[in-house]
Write a protein that binds this ligand. Structure first.
Ligand SMILES: Cc1cc2nc3c(=O)[nH]c(=O)nc-3n(C[C@H](O)[C@H](O)[C@H](O)COP(=O)(O)OP(=O)(O)OC[C@H]3O[C@@H](n4cnc5c(N)ncnc54)[C@H](O)[C@@H]3O)c2cc1C
Length: 386
């Protein structure tokens, strides 16, 4: 694997960094934190930069970049704002990816061009009250009545649902049997004017402000065969494949946040003197280890993206490694920053507390760290003939 970047990749990376550090984007980051509102202005501008359809086919208005190129941009967005990165990732690596990979041509034409222009947002809904990690066990029901599918049930902790015009929703269409989850993915319109769709609430969160987390209910929602994404009873492959793709990006989101906290920690500890010496100098081994973990997580994310692009047989394992390493690096690095700032961290709205609260979600979403460890360990067993 060669990660010496081409001139185009270096330019893409530098442009993303410049964009994210521009005065207007920094103002939008602060606004999202203060108001907790979805960053519409930022998303419009991100769309203009081509950041909402990074790997989507140019036929639908996407940039058609390989996934590693996309990760270079996602990492820079996350380095400035984990929350804004989540909004961008839900659009790119969850919604657009699921629709482009599993959709019929009419579904792609209907949603992708507008999603990429930032005129419209999508979300992906699997989690339910009582069903998270055991993702195949969902209860939201789709029943066939004549030529209709009637959907009933609740999805919770869904990012961007409050601003979305469409959702990829998992629904139970058959009983779960061994090896057959019995679920189907439906691609449906949502919004306040859509009959049978209800936005129950937008949660109050402790971090990642600006990326709305929502509970929604479908009550006698009328869908048809045309709303099925992929195959009838083929919902699990849609969600499993989409989450695998997205995990590489969440890995780099973690790396971006970890790097942000690390850089801030380095600046602060170099300037703060205790017992006649800077905290940096007194914490050198700890700081070197943290740097090492962030760099390792970055390489794992790039490797996972490269494997994804090449449909490598080990891409599922690589995605889990990237997600686990990125999440853990984010957690450790933000905690290190928090600890090294001492009591100043404990003041409300301190940067170190903001970054730590952002980090706490990453080992939970897109499959908790424990689930990634299970996936990785199972692969090791398989490979060793266990
Ligand atoms: C900010 C945020 C955004 C989200 N966005 C979305 C979204 O857009 N769409 C969506 O569908 N969902 C979304 N989620 C939900 C997320 O995917 C779930 O929270 C996640 O799958 C974990 O499910 P759970 O919270 O129900 O935890 P549970 O499944 O109840 O697990 C709780 C904890 O138990 C432990 N655990 C679970 N299983 C095991 C095991 N087998 N072995 C050992 N330990 C275990 C883990 O520590 C885990 O964190 C989001 C969540 C957050 C916090």
């Amino acid at each position: 694997m060669d990660f010496s970047f081409s001139e185009e990749q270096v330019l893409l990376h530098e442009n993303a960094r410049k964009f994210m550090r521009s005065v207007k984007v920094q103002a939008w980051i602060e606004e999202a934190y203060q108001t907790k509102e979805f960053p519409h202005a930022f998303m419009r501008e991100a769309a203009a930069q081509g950041y909402l359809g990074m790997s989507t086919n140019p036929k639908y208005g996407g940039s058609g970049l390989n996934f590693l190129d996309a990760l270079l941009v996602f990492g820079e967005i996350a380095r400035e704002s984990c929350a804004l990165a989540l909004c961008v990732l839900v659009q790119n690596t969850l919604f657009n990816f699921a629709v482009e990979t599993f959709g019929r041509e009419d579904q792609k034409q209907k949603y992708l061009p507008r999603a990429i222009k930032g005129e419209f947002f999508g979300c992906v809904a699997n989690t339910e009250p009582g069903v998270g990690s055991d993702a195949k066990n969902i209860k939201l029901k789709a029943e066939r009545r004549g030529d209709k599918w009637i959907l009933n049930g609740t999805k919770c902790f869904i990012t961007s649902a409050s601003v979305a015009g469409a959702a990829v929703v998992s629904a139970r269409t058959a009983r779960r049997q061994s090896g057959k989850p019995g679920t189907t993915a439906f691609l449906i319109d949502i919004g306040s004017d859509v009959p049978g769709y209800y936005l129950d609430r937008v949660e109050e969160k402790i971090g990642q402000h600006g990326a709305p987390l929502c509970q929604v209910t479908l009550m006698d929602y009328e869908a048809t065969e045309k709303n099925i994404l992929g195959k009838l009873h083929g919902g699990w492959p849609v969600f499993n494949r989409t989450f695998q793709h997205s995990r590489c990006a969440i890995g780099i989101q973690g790396v971006g946040l970890a790097q942000h906290a690390f850089n801030e920690m380095a600046v602060y500890t170099k300037g703060r003197v205790v017992f006649g010496e800077s905290i940096f100098k007194q914490s050198m081994p700890e700081i070197a280890e943290m740097h090492c973990e962030i760099q390792a997580a970055r390489v794992l994310a790039y490797t996972a993206a490269d494997f994804e692009t090449r449909s490598h047989p080990q891409s599922a394992e690589a995605a889990s490694l990237a997600k686990l390493a990125g999440a853990e690096a984010a957690l450790k690095s933000t905690l290190l920053f928090f600890q090294k700032c001492g009591a100043m961290s404990y003041i409300l709205h301190s940067l170190s507390s903001r970054l730590l609260f952002d980090a706490l979600a990453i080992p939970i979403y897109e499959g908790a760290s424990e689930i990634q460890r299970l996936i990785i360990a199972r692969r090791i067993l398989q490979k060793s003939g266990g």
